[in-house]
Design a protein around this ligand. Structure first.
Ligand code: FE2
Length: 274
């Protein structure tokens, strides 16, 4: 298994990232999540972020690629991901079958690299999945891998990606399934001044704040959106979306969220859970 990858950006001054997260694809091409046909909403976003002239050096897919753990959903994802003409890296979410993904993705011509070198940045893809459990956890293997990446490359600005949120979003129903050893993780980061950002999915909503010198960001799903500051399950009226991120040579980051036009891919508003 090739653990590292090298990507050469168009410009050494800025690396252009597109984050896509929480696709929730099904084996059935018409499969829908609370009324949203997830393959359709993902394709609509893919059409935009792969259009001629759209600038991306790297695509990052931060988990919940599947909703039904099926091999068919991953085969569909692979076919769709091949529309990205630039390198794509991914990690599993709680709705995924991580071991299945690591086993079959190489045969689907998808990289399984978890440390990506690009100009004076490294991007680390961590696996927080606890098999068959919605909570997140970084095992000793993952923490050791992170520690080794950080120790070996103190000279590189670092972006860390994972599925689960390592911070509270103030939605009790979501926060019960956050990263369970976030304190250990965050205290490790605070000892490395080269760690600039932690990027996640899972919460299907935007967050962007600093904890010390580290910026923590979550992003909209390409399918359904969860209502911010809601202790019980609730859907937001925002459309499916994605995030662009620019990693600058001096270590600073700029980012923007984009969404599909209002009214496309609206969910079943009376849903009480998923
Ligand atoms: Fe999700």
């Amino acid at each position: 298994m090739m653990e590292t990858a090298n990507v050469h950006p168009n410009s050494l001054d800025v690396i252009k990232i597109v984050q896509l997260t929480d696709l929730h694809l099904f084996d059935d091409p018409n499969g829908s999540l609370l009324g949203v046909r997830t393959a359709d909403s993902f394709q609509a976003i893919l059409d935009r972020v792969t259009a001629p002239g759209y600038e991306a050096d790297i695509y990052l897919v931060t988990g919940d690629i599947s909703q039904d753990y099926s091999e068919g959903s991953y085969r569909r994802f692979a076919t769709m991901a091949h529309q990205m003409k630039k390198p794509m890296f991914w990690l599993p979410g709680n709705h995924d079958d991580g071991p299945l993904m690591y086993r079959i993705f190489p045969s689907l011509h998808l990289s399984v690299a978890r440390q990506i070198f690009c100009a004076n940045w490294q991007i680390i893809m961590l696996n927080t999945q606890v098999y068959d459990n919605p909570c997140g956890y970084l095992t000793n293997e993952q923490l050791t891998f992170l520690f080794r990446c950080l120790e070996a490359h103190r000279d590189l600005n670092t972006l860390i990606c994972m599925h689960h949120n390592a911070f509270k979003v103030h939605c009790a129903w979501l926060d019960q399934h956050d990263l369970k050893n976030s304190e250990e993780f965050v205290s490790l980061l605070q000892t490395y001044s080269n760690v600039k950002c932690v990027l996640c999915g899972h919460v299907h909503q935007e967050n962007d704040f600093f904890n010390g010198s580290v910026r923590f960001i979550s992003s909209p799903s390409t399918s359904i959106q969860f209502k911010p500051n809601s202790d019980n399950f609730g859907l937001d009226t925002c459309s499916p979306g994605w995030r662009n991120i620019q990693l600058f040579k001096d270590g600073h980051i700029e980012t923007q969220v984009f969404r599909l036009p209002v009214g496309l891919y609206t969910p079943d508003w009376v849903a009480t859970g998923y």
